[in-house]
Design a protein around this ligand. Structure first.
Ligand code: TYD
Length: 142
């Protein structure tokens, strides 16, 4: 089951001076950040993702634009909309994700718990379902 992973990021400021939002490792999010990356200039309507991770945890946020994130735990699917710079989405390991760009120029930022490792990806949906059936804890050996 997917519990509510939406985060309201702490925000300072006002419409006269502008806004600043932030989150801190191990306080506002449940992991230490090892890597930051961002995706941009994605054609409108395009989908990305289509994978799960065996161990990696992430927080996603959209500082500009509108991006829809679909999370699938193998039994349930839920859709979350990142349409404000102060919204974050915590994505636990073991979730299939698909992101769709809904507005031109939208930027997706990701804070990740691990360095990049292709071995941590599950890019085949049937393989993902096998992991779900066997149970993540038994199967993860990294
Ligand atoms: P991927 O995670 O598949 O992107 P998306 O989910 O947005 O479709 O990554 C795209 C490519 O970039 C893939 O070849 C792996 C590579 N990559 C890195 O080399 N380092 C990184 O930190 C990330 C996130 C991806």
């Amino acid at each position: 089951m997917i519990t509510n992973p939406l985060l309201n990021l702490t925000t300072r400021g006002n419409s006269e001076i502008g806004y600043l939002s932030f989150f801190e490792s191990c306080k506002d999010i449940p992991f230490l950040i090892k890597r930051i990356y961002f995706t941009y200039d994605v054609p409108n309507g395009n989908r990305r993702g289509m994978h799960a991770h065996k161990k990696l945890q992430q927080v996603l946020w959209c500082p500009y634009g509108k991006i829809e994130i679909m999370l699938d735990d193998g039994n349930n699917k839920k859709i979350y909309l990142l349409d404000s710079p102060n919204k974050g989405l915590f994505v636990e390991y073991g979730l299939w994700r698909e992101m769709q760009w809904l507005e031109k120029g939208s930027v997706l930022c990701v804070a990740a718990s691990e360095y990049y490792k292709e071995d941590d990806y599950i890019r085949d949906y049937d393989e993902f379902l096998e992991y779900v059936q066997k149970g993540w804890k038994e199967k993860i050996i990294i």
